[in-house]
Design a protein around this ligand. Structure first.
Ligand SMILES: NC(=O)C1=CN([C@@H]2O[C@H](COP(=O)(O)OP(=O)(O)OC[C@H]3O[C@@H](n4cnc5c(N)ncnc54)[C@H](O)[C@@H]3O)[C@@H](O)[C@H]2O)C=CC1
Ligand SMILES: O=C(O)C(=O)COP(=O)(O)O
Length: 474
């Protein structure tokens, strides 16, 4: 099979990566494996008939593609990336910023989960990076705008762990209503304490869901199945599942709910969304659950509300500061209020395990790794959270002298004219361009090009002042 190759532009000119060397050789030892079915970029469609074999565009020497996977990304994802022939380095935990900066310097692809902070400061050092995979739902840990402005695509898995979070919350609602955590702890310490005082059924109680997205709405269905009444508050007007109903304000939700659960993303507007004022607006003896982000609930205010008896119990899965890996880190050094928190009764503390099930992690591994491969090998941005979504049907094996040009550029007038002047001597078989904010993404398949032409096109595109990143796949 004719090897397809990639030239891309680094963010600086002194980078030693594949693109700046313009070394066109492919490794004879590299074996390229097509991703499994369902992988849109590989669907074989051609002008000559639907069954023509898709040409696999791949970086010009796949073993030159360096991938760094942090935070124990699932084996499914590791396998998909390794099978491409990429160099995959895998670490179980996150890295402190200085080590991260050192490591990220020469990788093309990084895979993280919710812990690793990819700030502008870190990304500035990532001169070869073309794509980030968040093997989770949240993308708040990445500076999405900085990444977009530098042509770095970001992918996530928008709902593969939603069900796992919803099930955890259901478990917590019952556990809080029955004080299961305390009874179990007492038994572990040898104490028999058979009580019914302030222990409740959940049937007929009201669950208030803040943020009715993938997780909130799934939870709504499960809670109603157990006989709860569900109300929700969301900034968007949304279809209510079952017999649940949307309430107009957070205050209305807090006033009516026996259990309040948070499922909003980390945003400036959701920071300390639940603090002293909101606890005061809640029912006496109600419960709070937070499995969204640690910034959403003001913990000292929660400690105060629980000590006063206003809040009868709480479950927390997320914290303002979380450790990089497993170990004995949950103390006052990490979060100054840890001791106060741990002294409270009927408080369930879990180490950010909402999405940590075999099912969720394995599905996320496949979904995000496939998106990364599709982006590296074919340039498709379907599902990217920070770039416009652009895709072209695959080139086929009967198009041997075709190349795919990807030009990520500033969204300013006149760029398309200049790009088309550069491509103008060739037949542009298909082209798609779209923009998102200040950044535009152009993808064009051109025919009858040889290696020298590709090099020339690459250099001319690189010379445009609007250029953010150029890649040519062939
Ligand atoms: N504990 C864990 O392991 C996990 C935690 N999460 C967290 O849960 C969050 C929610 O996840 P999904 O339901 O998948 O997200 P989603 O994006 O599907 O839904 C979030 C909902 O919150 C709403 N919202 C945004 N700002 C709001 C505001 N100020 N007030 C009220 N509603 C607001 C949105 O309109 C949306 O309907 C994620 O962003 C992530 O941070 C997600 C997965 C696992
Ligand atoms: O999916 C998310 O946003 C989560 O919070 C789960 O994160 P994790 O993969 O457990 O680091």
């Amino acid at each position: 099979m004719a090897a397809a190759r990639d030239i891309r532009s680094p963010h600086n000119n002194d980078s030693h990566n594949v693109s700046s060397s313009l070394n066109f050789s492919t490794s004879p030892t590299v074996s390229f494996h097509s991703p499994s079915s369902g992988y849109a970029g590989s669907i074989p469609i051609s002008r000559t008939g639907p069954l023509a074999t898709a040409k696999h565009l791949k970086p010009f020497a796949t073993e030159d593609i360096k991938v760094l996977l942090l935070e124990n990304v699932n084996q499914t994802g590791r396998d998909i990336l390794s099978q491409q022939g990429y160099q995959v380095e895998f670490l179980k935990s996150s890295l402190p910023e200085d080590q991260l900066i050192e490591k990220i310097k020469d990788v093309h692809v990084i895979g993280i989960r919710s812990k690793t902070k990819l700030t502008a400061r870190v990304l500035k050092e990532a001169k070869n990076l073309i794509v980030i995979g968040c093997f989770c739902i949240g993308t708040n840990q990445v500076d999405l705008q900085y990444a977009a402005d530098h042509g770095i695509a970001v992918f996530n898995s928008p709902f593969s762990n939603s069900r796992s979070v919803a099930e955890l919350v259901i478990a917590e609602i019952i556990a809080l209503a029955r004080q299961l955590g305390d009874r179990s702890n007492e038994m572990h310490l040898g104490t028999w304490n058979k009580v019914s005082n302030k222990c409740w059924e959940i049937r007929g109680k009201t669950l208030g869901i803040i943020g009715y997205g993938h997780i909130g709405s799934q939870l709504s269905v499960l809670a109603e199945a157990m006989g709860m009444s569900v109300i929700f508050y969301d900034v968007v007007n949304l279809m209510a599942m079952g017999t649940s109903k949307q309430v107009p304000t957070l205050e209305a939700l807090l006033a009516e709910s026996d259990f309040v659960t948070c499922h909003v993303p980390e945003l400036p507007e959701t920071r300390n969304m639940i603090t002293q004022k909101q606890f005061e607006q809640m029912k006496h003896g109600s419960y709070l659950i937070n499995a969204s982000r640690g910034s959403v609930v003001d913990i000292p205010a929660l400690v105060h509300a629980m000590r006063s008896g206003k809040i009868a119990g709480a479950a927390l899965d997320v914290y303002p500061n979380e450790p990089a890996g497993n170990g004995d880190y949950f103390n006052d050094t990490l979060n100054s209020w840890s001791t106060d928190l741990c002294g409270l009764k009927n408080l369930i503390l879990t180490p950010h395990i909402g999405g940590s099930t075999e099912e969720a992690q394995s599905a996320i591994g496949v979904e995000v790794a496939q998106a990364l491969v599709r982006y590296v090998n074919e340039g498709a941005t379907l599902g990217a959270v920070n770039l416009p979504e652009v895709n072209l049907r695959s080139l086929t094996m009967d198009e041997p002298s075709h190349a795919r040009v990807i030009f990520i550029h500033k969204n300013i007038p006149g760029v398309l004219r200049m790009v088309n002047e550069i491509l103008g001597d060739h037949n542009v078989d298909k082209q798609m361009t779209d923009s998102r904010g200040d950044v535009a993404y152009l993808m064009a398949d051109i025919s009858d090009v040889d290696t020298a032409t590709i090099k020339d096109l690459y250099e001319r595109l690189e010379g445009l002042s609007s250029r953010i990143m150029t890649r040519i796949l062939y």
